[in-house]
Design a protein around this ligand. Sequence first.
Ligand SMILES: Cc1cc2nc3c(=O)[nH]c(=O)nc-3n(C[C@H](O)[C@H](O)[C@H](O)COP(=O)(O)OP(=O)(O)OC[C@H]3O[C@@H](n4cnc5c(N)ncnc54)[C@H](O)[C@@H]3O)c2cc1C
Ligand SMILES: *[C@@H]1O[C@H](CO)[C@@H](O)[C@H](O)[C@H]1NC(C)=O
Ligand SMILES: *[C@@H]1O[C@H](CO)[C@@H](O)[C@H](O)[C@H]1NC(C)=O
Ligand SMILES: *[C@@H]1O[C@H](CO)[C@@H](O)[C@H](O)[C@H]1NC(C)=O
Ligand SMILES: *[C@@H]1O[C@H](CO)[C@@H](O)[C@H](O)[C@H]1NC(C)=O
Ligand SMILES: *[C@@H]1O[C@H](CO)[C@@H](O)[C@H](O)[C@H]1NC(C)=O
Ligand SMILES: *[C@@H]1O[C@H](CO)[C@@H](O)[C@H](O)[C@H]1NC(C)=O
Ligand SMILES: *[C@@H]1O[C@H](CO)[C@@H](O)[C@H](O)[C@H]1NC(C)=O
Ligand SMILES: *[C@@H]1O[C@H](CO)[C@@H](O)[C@H](O)[C@H]1NC(C)=O
Ligand SMILES: *[C@@H]1O[C@H](CO)[C@@H](O)[C@H](O)[C@H]1NC(C)=O
Length: 607
Amino acid sequence: MAIFRPSAFVIGLLVAIFALRLVSAISASALGARHVINLGDLRESYDFIIVGGGTAGLTIADRLTESSKYNVLVVEYGEFANASDSATLSSRMSAIVSKPQPELGNKTITINVGYCVGGSSAINGMAVMRGTKKDYAIWAELGNKGSTWDWDGMLPYFKKAIHFKPPDPTLAADFNITYDLANWGQYESTRVYASYPGGLNASLKTNYEALQTVPGIDFPKDGHSGRGGLFYYQVSVDPKTRQRSYARTGHWDNLNRTNYDIITGSRVTKILFSNNKVATAVQFVPAKSNGTAAHFIVKARKEIILSAGAIHTPQILQLSGIGPASLLKKAKIPVVVDLPGVGSNFQDHPIGPTALFSYGIQPPISPKNSTLPPSEGQGQGLVADLPLPIAAPDTYIQIARHLASQNPSQFLPPHTPGPVVAGYKAQQAIFAREMLSKELTFLHYIVPPVPAGTPINFHILSRGTVQVDPSSPDSPNPLIDYRALTNPIDVDLMIAYIQFLRIFYLSGPLARYNTTEISPGSNVTSYEQLARFVRTSYSPQGWHPIGTAAKMRRELGGVVDDELRVYGTKRLRVADASVMPTLIGGTTQLTAYAIGEKVADMIKGSW
Ligand SMILES: Cc1cc2nc3c(=O)[nH]c(=O)nc-3n(C[C@H](O)[C@H](O)[C@H](O)COP(=O)(O)OP(=O)(O)OC[C@H]3O[C@@H](n4cnc5c(N)ncnc54)[C@H](O)[C@@H]3O)c2cc1C
Ligand SMILES: *[C@@H]1O[C@H](CO)[C@@H](O)[C@H](O)[C@H]1NC(C)=O
Ligand SMILES: *[C@@H]1O[C@H](CO)[C@@H](O)[C@H](O)[C@H]1NC(C)=O
Ligand SMILES: *[C@@H]1O[C@H](CO)[C@@H](O)[C@H](O)[C@H]1NC(C)=O
Ligand SMILES: *[C@@H]1O[C@H](CO)[C@@H](O)[C@H](O)[C@H]1NC(C)=O
Ligand SMILES: *[C@@H]1O[C@H](CO)[C@@H](O)[C@H](O)[C@H]1NC(C)=O
Ligand SMILES: *[C@@H]1O[C@H](CO)[C@@H](O)[C@H](O)[C@H]1NC(C)=O
Ligand SMILES: *[C@@H]1O[C@H](CO)[C@@H](O)[C@H](O)[C@H]1NC(C)=O
Ligand SMILES: *[C@@H]1O[C@H](CO)[C@@H](O)[C@H](O)[C@H]1NC(C)=O
Ligand SMILES: *[C@@H]1O[C@H](CO)[C@@H](O)[C@H](O)[C@H]1NC(C)=O
């Protein structure tokens, strides 16, 4: 069995490259399990190979190696790095430039995902949130019969994924932070933490009290109860060290397992299949080289799990011959499975323009008794996550009707394959329905201690693509097109949110402070003027990329089934943010961890 077959020359080359990392690697390997520095130390084969040592990837690796029954190799593009050092942030983060966005005046977006052990959990904003119950009900609705990806099927994994530390009582009393332990697990085996570091600005209380008067607004006792409303959220900070708690600290550091290996600085370029489409091996090159460089192959005895994130997972699938046949032919990649959904259905939470107000009379600042020591993540956070009938009481019915009447293929690229159109049509119908309900949240308002709001849209209707460049498929990065605002309903939603903020600040209880509008300005009133305001400062990137290897039925353009197995293949799963078929009403890291926890149980159950 030819398993790992570098030539002597290539080993020499690689040892030279890999030796550069030796210094940092030694300390890391003393703490964690086995950090494979020299290629010669890789095993002949592994039970499981996980592509990408990020949020979901390390979760799966940790859970599969808890018993000595299996051994696991993680192949990670980045390195071990100090996630608390902001000076080196750019070295562990991508800066991929998107395609120009015509609806935004051809602006390009620089896309950031994490490139280090821990992946995006090592660079993210640390907010810890779930979606609503309805978000996961939609996942089940788009899935296969008997899908277990609804709220009840996710809850045990939300609980397992993060270890909750209740707030300091003085802090809780100060800001009315409430929680319900019934929503949380307190697993000792979980070392990724959610806590409240404090540092909240007392001026937040002014907005908190005013938001309580918004007609119909909900106040869940705990933001993780699956309902929207007004609540304080947690951050992924270790309550003891007061530093970032993330996939590396939770699922690698301080483990001492000979069955858990990681090789860093290695970019996977391909999954190899046997004739009957069984995934058998992973091919990789040194991180900084392109796909034509000398490559290495490691075999998997049981399964390969792709966890390279929503940008790189679809790229690796396409490079391996799994994707839309038309794209693969253009890129001269032999087709293994024609799976048109790979790289379609790309979504992120867009960030709208800031509506800014000014108080004519300063509101009194409430006293504050809590003073906690400094911490990463301090100062977060209060949110109001609102369903459309509350965020847009005057326009929600009209927006929902407009969506229901749309012809789906008009909002997708020309020649989009039938199943992808069918999937989009199904999602349009779901969102048109849920826009009328109070169970799905649309407006994400991160509440600042000042009179302002930068609305985030939890459920966009535009869909983008992530595809290898047909003229240069081996390039390290795929072509990324948000197709921002290609569905004009996304403009309508942002306008509705701006109007919500106007009403809230100018005619709600805060009007008593003689509030005036600074931006967009009281002269910006017509639909066209507001739409221009939205387009000039709309960011399609909210750092929550998802959907590019969606867990949906195959006839809807799905890429994986409800066991996260890639359709048409054997022994290959995807488990990361790319399987989320639709965005959730919350930030995505906890759901990415929960996907890892859930698939780990599925994998253990099948071997
Ligand atoms: C800047 C930023 C801020 C964010 N803020 C928040 C927040 O405040 N709260 C929140 O909940 N969520 C936040 N998120 C989102 C959240 O972090 C992600 O949804 C989640 O971490 C994604 O997990 P993943 O497992 O899908 O991918 P990742 O954690 O990104 O892991 C993918 C891994 O694969 C590796 N990889 C990629 N290509 C290859 C290859 N070819 N070969 C080998 N390895 C490869 C990468 O280096 C990476 O380590 C933020 C994200 C970013 C980028
Ligand atoms: C990581 O960086 C932070 C910020 O620069 C620093 O305080 C800390 O000591 C560093 N940790 C290590 C292990 O080097
Ligand atoms: C955007 O680019 C396209 C293609 O190059 C061009 O046709 C169009 O005029 C550009 N739009 C703007 C606003 O520059
Ligand atoms: C703050 O402390 C004072 C004095 O002990 C007390 O009267 C007040 O109720 C406290 N406020 C809060 C919000 O806990
Ligand atoms: C609280 O926020 C206000 C408004 O931004 C600011 O003026 C004030 O300095 C902040 N207070 C603290 C303690 O950070
Ligand atoms: C405190 O929070 C709870 C739960 O959100 C809410 O029901 C209650 O009204 C709040 N109390 C105050 C004084 O704001
Ligand atoms: C790791 O485990 C091995 C064997 O089980 C043991 O000899 C070694 O001391 C352990 N190392 C640490 C740092 O705990
Ligand atoms: C890829 O790398 C090889 C070997 O290092 C080099 O010869 C080739 O020009 C590179 N190709 C691209 C597109 O960068
Ligand atoms: C606030 O508005 C009221 C009513 O318009 C006005 O009478 C008052 O002078 C204003 N106060 C300040 C400080 O601007
Ligand atoms: C609104 O007024 C401001 C300030 O006078 C001006 O700069 C802006 O162009 C006006 N906007 C519109 C849409 O009229």
